[in-house]
Design a protein around this ligand. Structure first.
Ligand SMILES: C[S@@+](CC[C@H](N)C(=O)[O-])C[C@H]1O[C@@H](n2cnc3c(N)ncnc32)[C@H](O)[C@@H]1O
Length: 343
């Protein structure tokens, strides 16, 4: 459950007058092949969202375009507020699409960059495998027993999975990592704490998973003050500029997505050239009897499996058809960790 009083301190934190060194690093770091996130002054000074701001210095330094893009039209979002990717800075910033004029801001503890953000009467409902994780109970239980159960299917456990992912992410060191479908932030916290990345964005569709992530983050000062942001978004409509991200992690998630092909093509779009995608999921049994293939989903559902598990061949095919290369994988029972790169 969200403790609304725990949010208050964020509003009253004192912010530095100038962008933090880590923010500067994020924007100017000369990573090979990476797009600079600094935008022409012409665009930077054009418009801004009217949000709370403490001083005129803050206003001047904060009229910046960030890596965030409007989930409706993919145009860059203009940001107004203190710079930085840490939770307090994002919480106090407002974002606005310069094309469709839609404004986005933080709701509770996370920045809501879903298409329906701000909608008053409409709520988006997704398939059960997505909706399940929006429940406060599942979000609470996730790191308190639910995730541990994955070991029965061959998942090596968070520490080992993190180590394996870090190996794959070597070409993206020092860059920006998005932990897509982060759940309660189990891996986002590890990535942020590792100091390997200039910034980490923990992204999920579930409001309650993001609230739970915040509860875990606020218990650890080193993570709370690191460049870790919480963003609500749909993996099928990622709110980032094309080619703006160095690494995408998606732990135990692909089988929960409403459309894996929409999701992986979005992941490919936001990765910079050379950027790395690492995912884990539960494999579907590989039915060798090819005439049964079209009915596999129905058969699995009859057995009570409502998830969209894929076979190893399907995952490789999916990554390749979305334009990713250098596919490789490690399998243990029905656990798979796969990696692919943006050419
Ligand atoms: C099994 S949890 C994985 C959590 C964590 N990454 C891990 O490795 O344990 C799957 C997550 O996928 C998220 N998810 C499902 N559909 C989504 C969507 N359309 N967009 C973004 N996240 C989604 C759920 O909210 C849930 O938190």
């Amino acid at each position: 459950m969200v403790d609304s009083t725990s949010l208050r301190p964020l509003r009253f934190l004192v912010f530095p007058k100038f962008p933090s060194p880590s923010y500067d690093l994020l924007c100017r770091r000369p990573l090979q092949g990476r797009h600079s996130l600094r935008l022409p002054a012409r665009i930077r000074s054009s418009s801004a969202v009217a949000v709370e701001s403490d001083s005129s210095t803050d206003q001047k330094s904060a009229l910046e375009l960030d890596l965030f893009a409007c989930p409706i039209c993919y145009e860059p979002l203009i940001r107004k507020g203190p710079p930085g990717l840490n939770l307090p800075a994002i919480y106090r910033s407002g974002f606005k699409c310069q094309k469709c004029n839609k404004a986005y801001s933080s709701k509770d503890v996370y920045l809501d960059l879903t298409i329906t953000s701000g909608a008053k009467n409409y709520t988006e409902f997704k398939p059960n495998r997505t909706e399940l994780f929006r429940s406060p109970i599942v979000s609470f239980l996730y790191e308190r027993g639910w995730r541990q159960n994955f070991s029965r299917s061959g998942f090596p456990g968070p520490d080992e999975e993190f180590k394996m992912a870090q190996e794959y992410f070597k070409p993206a060191e020092g860059g920006l990592l998005v932990d897509v479908s982060c759940g309660s932030g189990l891996f986002s916290r590890k990535f942020a704490k590792s100091g390997t990345y200039s910034g980490v964005i923990a992204l999920d569709f579930s409001e309650n998973m993001l609230r739970q992530s915040y509860d875990f983050i606020k218990a650890d000062d080193t993570i709370l003050n690191s460049n870790l942001a919480l963003v609500r978004a749909d993996v099928s409509r990622l709110p980032f500029l094309s080619g703006s991200v160095d690494a995408v992690h998606a732990g135990a998630a692909l089988h929960c997505w409403p459309s894996p092909s929409n999701a992986v093509s979005e992941i490919c779009r936001i990765l910079r050239s050379g950027g790395v995608f690492v995912g884990t999921t539960f494999l579907a049994p590989d039915l060798n009897i090819s005439f049964l293939r079209p009915y596999r989903q129905t058969i699995l559902q009859m057995e009570g499996n409502t998830y969209g598990n894929l076979t190893e061949k399907e995952i490789e095919d999916l990554c390749t058809s979305c334009g990713l290369t250098n596919y490789s994988s490690k399998v243990q029972q029905s656990f798979i960790m796969f990696s692919a790169q943006k050419p």
